[in-house]
Design a protein around this ligand. Sequence first.
Ligand SMILES: Cc1ncc(COP(=O)(O)O)c(C=O)c1O
Length: 364
Amino acid sequence: MIPIANPIIEDEEIQEVVEVLKSGFIAQGPKVAEFEEKFAEYVGTKYAVATSSGTTALHIALLAAGVGEGDEVITTPFSFAATGNAALYVNAKPVFVDIDPDTYNLDPSLIEAAITPKTRAIMPVHLYGQAADMGSIMEIARKHDLTVIEDAAQAHGAMYKDKKAGSLGDMACFSFYPTKNMTTSEGGIITTNNKEFADNCRIIRAHGEKERYKHVVLGYNFRMTDIAAAIGIAQLKKLDKFNKKRIENAEYLTEHIKEIEGIKPPYVSPDVQHVFHQYTIRVENGSRDQWIAFLNENGVGTGIHYPIPIYKQELYQSLGYSDECVESEKAANEVISLPVHPRLNVDDLEKIVQTLEDASRNFL
Ligand SMILES: Cc1ncc(COP(=O)(O)O)c(C=O)c1O
């Protein structure tokens, strides 16, 4: 089976981790500081604050921006549940706005209608590695005095116009979970150009301590370890190479599958450099199970990102959500992610194309 994700951990990462284990600094220490500096430089922000996961990065960023009880956070329902859950952690209300059916990202033309006096923040997701329409989103946010927190969990190295994802909003949160474009095992990071936000994030990350044993706010233990940061430093050096391979794989797939009946390759906006965390095709409503069964039976791994809009999750239904975002629901029924990771070789790519051709011939 060609797996849908396959992290690349090489001798360099292993060596870096061994060095950390021998150094005695195995919790947050100098490697975390070095990783933060290098990641901020890569993204093009002044500050970066490393965390224990992408989810804790989102949680911290919302707290650092002062979002809390009674506030509303506008976001997309077509994402991993952590995006919505982060707002719930801080006792705010996630307000779901539908997506653009081509990019699968927040549709900016629908945002203003969702703004109320309670709205404090917008949290766009750069889904699958394609930056959201940040020009329009920032314009709306500035007009209504809202904080923008990018959920860049899937967008390491992605570009919007001439800027990197993670440098476009007021703060941004990345995940380094093993399936992502680069990993630290578990891990996350917040990037920002705002010193006050960065300082707040550091305090909240470590028990609300401003100085040792002086707790100024309710904080958490959301720190990254030096073991994870050492993996991150090695991975960051290879990120551009990994992304280049993902983009080449995606271009190959699109070139070879665009004529196949019954499937639609991903759309890439002219404003972005898509880094293909996922390569996600669309099939006609009602046919997805059949496509997936055929692909899996013939050795091609698949994923569904994501099968249920966040507001339709049992948790959100129990909270009283009754939204109906038409495009998100349609996408949730029609998307299939195919392998695109940098470990694929030409044989794998040919097999994915061939299997899709066979599937199309077999049951369309
Ligand atoms: C869009 C999105 N947001 C948030 C997260 C949460 O990141 P983590 O798994 O590192 O907590 C993920 C990844 O899993 C994600 O894909």
